[in-house]
Structure formats: structure tokens, C-alpha cells
Ligand binder design. Structure first.
Ligand code: CA2
Length: 146
């Protein structure tokens, strides 16, 4: 059974608390429940983790090699700043699917570039939290030979 690590970065633990016009009303718990439901539907196993700390995310990415078959990641604002996260993702040699709840290309200039995209097989953005379900389906399809 394919095993997928779902990582959420800074401030995503506050989803549903503020700014529903940008991020919708779903909470991080809703995101994780959706990931688990979708994984069941495609016959995969998911582990969901969230951290506000760049180093913690990097450690989890390092540990993912040999333990998971793919990574789904919404690195939050670190997407726009962190070459270190990009390097860690590249080092895993795992398929990476990047998710953003909002359409980062329709927002401020500084959100329009993501370092993570350089390592990503696919990028989902602007689909709300459904983007996580699409990302898990995409990962499962890739792992089953495309
Ligand atoms: O659209 C996305 O998923 C983002 O990755 C979300 C990040 C943002 O920095 C990225 O540019 C795009 C923000 C995470 C959540 O921030 C919140 C802010 C207010 C209320 C709740 C969450």
C-alpha cells in the first residue's frame, strides 16, 4: 500500500480561524480528515503533520526517505522563502506534490514564486482545501505508474 506524508507549514494550524474569504472555513482538522478519506478511497495510507518551524519540517522531510512513497506539502509562506526546504525535498528523491489553498498567482507579487515548485511533480493551487484531495489522487496515480 502506498504511503504518503502530508506536511503543512506555518500558520496552517490557524485555518478556519480567520480570513475565510482567502482560505475558506475548513480547519486543519478538516484538511487532515479529507486527506485520510481520500487516501482510503485510493487505497493509500497517509500520515499528516503540521509545524510552524522550518527545521522541524526539514527533519520530517529527511526522515521521509525510505519510509514514505510520496510527499504532499503545503509549506505555507516558507514556499516563497526557503531554499533549505527545496533542498530537503529534492534530497528525498520522492515524488512531491505541492498544494496551496489559495491561488498564489492572483495574490501579492511575493506569493507568486514558490521554491518548492522546483521539486514538485505537480502543483495544485486555488482549489481550496479540495486541492489536498486532488494532490493525494495525483500522488496515488503517479505511484501506480501514472
Ligand atoms: O494558499 C496557501 O495555501 C498558502 O500556502 C497559505 C499560507 C500563505 O502564506 C501562502 O502564501 C499561501 C498561509 C497559511 C495560513 O495563514 C492563515 C492566515 C490567516 C488565517 C488562517 C490562516
Amino acid at each position: 500500500m502506498a504511503s504518503i506524508l502530508v506536511l503543512n507549514g506555518p500558520n496552517l494550524d490557524k485555518l478556519g480561524v480567520r480570513d475565510p474569504s482567502i482560505y475558506g472555513t475548513g480547519s486543519l482538522q478538516d484538511v487532515e480528515a479529507l486527506c485520510e478519506k481520500t487516501a482510503k478511497e485510493v487505497g493509500a495510507h497517509v500520515v499528516c503533520r503540521q509545524s510552524n518551524a522550518e527545521g522541524t519540517l526539514i527533519d520530517w522531510i529527511h526522515e521521509a526517505r525510505g519510509k514514505y512513497d510520496a510527499i504532499v506539502i503545503n509549506a505555507g509562506a516558507f514556499s516563497h522563502t526557503s531554499i533549505a526546504l527545496l533542498d530537503a525535498l529534492t534530497l528525498t528523491q520522492l515524488p512531491i506534490i505541492e498544494v496551496h489553498i489559495s491561488n498564489i498567482h492572483a495574490r501579492e507579487e511575493f506569493r507568486r514564486h514558490s521554491y518548492i515548485s522546483h521539486a514538485a511533480k505537480a502543483v495544485l493551487c486555488g482549489c481550496g482545501i479540495d486541492g489536498y484531495a486532488y494532490a493525494i489522487r495525483t500522488a496515488a496515480k503517479l505511484l501506480n505508474g501514472g
